[in-house]
Design a protein around this ligand. Sequence first.
Ligand SMILES: Cc1cc2nc3c(=O)[nH]c(=O)nc-3n(C[C@H](O)[C@H](O)[C@H](O)COP(=O)(O)O)c2cc1C
Length: 226
Amino acid sequence: MDADEMLATTRAVRKRLDPDRDVPEHLIRECVSLALQAPAGSNLPRTRFVVVREQRLRAAVAEIYSDIYLHSYRASAGYIGRVEASGTQQRTARSADALERALHEVGTIVIACLDGVRLDGASAFTSASMLGGVLPATWSFMLAARARGLGTCWTTMHLSREKEVAEVLGIPFERVQQVCLTPLAFTRGEKFSPARRPAAEEVIHWDGWDAAKLAAPPLDGIAAPS
Ligand SMILES: Cc1cc2nc3c(=O)[nH]c(=O)nc-3n(C[C@H](O)[C@H](O)[C@H](O)COP(=O)(O)O)c2cc1C
C-alpha cells in the first residue's frame, strides 16, 4: 500500500473489527514507535498510550462508553438528527451503534493521553500547542496500525466521564489528559475505500479567508454530551 492509499483508506473501523484474532504485543510496540516519529512542540513528546488488554479493565472502560452512548448520546439531538437524515449521516449513526457493541468484544483498547498538563480552561494557544503534540502521533499510530492489517476508530465520547476512566486505569487525572480512545483489532478483510469528503477547492482559502467557501455547522448537537 502506498502512502496515498493509506491516507485515503484509513477509516473509522467499527463493524469490521475481528475480536477473535489476538493482536500481538510486538505490533502495538511497532505502531507506538512509529507514532513517536510525529512532530511534538519543543521536541518534547508528551504523548502516552495506555494499552488496555486485561479483560476486567477493558470491560470497565467499555461499560463507561456504553453508558454514555446508550443513555446520553442516543437521546441527543445530534444522534436523532443523524438517524432521521439519510445517506452518510445515517450510516455514521448506525456504525457508531456497532462500535458501542464492539468495544465489549475487542481484546485491545488504546487511550492516547497528553502527559504533564491538563487543558481544562487553557488558552487557545496552550490547547493548540499541547494537543498539537498528541494528535499527529495518535493518527500516526492509526496509520501504522492500518499498515499492519489492524483497524482503529478515533473516539472522544468517554471524555465526558474521563475521570472515571482515569480511576479505572490509574491515570493521574490532575496531570494527564486523555485525548482519544480507540479499539485496536485486526480487520475483517483489508480493503477499505476512500470516503466521500468535500472537494479540496471547497476548503482551500487562497490568500486569506474566503466567506464564500464551505461553512462548518455550529457545534450544537454534534459534540458528545457532557
Ligand atoms: C475528534 C473525533 C472524535 C470522534 N468521536 C467518536 C466517537 O466518540 N464515537 C464514534 O463512534 N466515532 C467517533 N469519531 C469517528 C468519526 O465519526 C469518523 O471519523 C467519521 O465518521 C468519519 O469516518 P471515516 O473516517 O471512516 O470516513 C470521532 C472522530 C474524531 C476525529
